[in-house]
Design a protein around this ligand. Structure first.
Ligand code: SAM
Length: 266
């Protein structure tokens, strides 16, 4: 489910705005990428969508190529949709180097402490003051335990080596291959294992004074869902006061407020 139920109201909050810039990490079958791009083409005057996945689905690339008002990277000089097949931990620093900034960042890639912690370290430098980060699984299945996609059978060709064992560089940092999924890397602090998305997000908040966890909620659609999996996204925002709510309406009102701020800064 991820943040799927929030895509329409979130993008709707940016309706009529120019040059709305969206980053999504984790595309998979395109269940979130398609409605995000669709809504951007209909609701925003101009937009840029950048999507990253370590295992980019050809079907998604081909489908996006067939969308009206989409100039994808394969066809046009000035694309409004860029789909990157890469490990987020290697492409995000390149985006930082190019001084890319995004208005909305959807974070839904590998669901483990090491990855989310490092993704958020790069994302810190990809934000405008009004940027919101919509982050999956703060309360979900991998809130407090690690998932590494490299351990799934379908990712066996994307392993860094036969045993999927992490290697270190001379400087002591873990080697991350741009074309491979991240092997299990687990971090201990004070003898305690750090696992899951939640602690990585909490550390981001501590590291970045001003950033708040503004909301988490289920939409009505999510509450009615028969699925046992209820992934609830959270929205991070660089704000000056805290308001945490479990009411989805409040969250959408909040996103609308942030997007208006962005409009003023346009
Ligand atoms: C939960 S799925 C994304 C779901 C999608 N956002 C949706 O709502 O349908 C996670 C995706 O992250 C990708 N992924 C895993 N590790 C990654 C990494 N280090 N960099 C980029 N993508 C990664 C996987 O290939 C997978 O397609």
């Amino acid at each position: 489910m991820s943040y799927l139920g929030f895509i329409l109201p979130i993008i709707n909050s940016y309706k009529g705005m120019k040059n709305v810039s969206v980053l999504e990490i984790g595309i998979d079958q395109g269940h979130s990428c398609f409605p995000i791009i669709h809504n951007l083409t209909w609701m925003c005057e101009d937009f840029k969508y950048s999507g990253i996945d370590v295992k980019l689905n050809m079907g998604v690339i081909n489908a996006v190529d067939q969308m009206c008002n989409v100039a994808s990277q394969r066809r046009k000089d000035n694309p409004n949709v860029n789909l990157y097949q890469a490990n987020s931990l290697t492409i995000l620093p390149l985006m930082v180097k190019e001084n890319n900034k995004f208005d909305i960042i959807f974070l839904d890639g590998d669901h483990n402490y090491f990855t989310v912690c490092n993704e958020l370290r790069h994302i810190e430098n990809l934000c405008n003051p009004w940027t919101i980060i919509v982050c999956d699984d703060y309360h979900g299945r991998y809130a407090e335990k690690d998932l590494f996609y490299s351990e799934r059978d379908e990712y066996s060709s994307l392993r860094v080596n036969e045993n999927n064992i992490a290697e270190k560089l001379d400087n002591g940092n873990y080697a991350i291959d741009p074309n491979k999924a991240t092997p299990r890397i687990q971090i201990h602090e004070d003898g305690k294992l750090k696992e899951g998305v939640k602690i990585a997000v909490n550390e981001f908040i501590v590291r970045n004074p001003g950033w708040k966890i503004r909301a988490w909620a289920k939409t009505e659609e999510m509450s009615e869902s028969s699925s046992g999996d209820r992934y609830e996204p959270i929205v991070l925002y660089l704000g000056d006061h805290i308001s945490v709510t479990n009411d989805s309406e409040n969250m959408i009102q909040f996103v609308s407020k942030v997007s208006r701020e962005r409009f003023i800064n346009d």
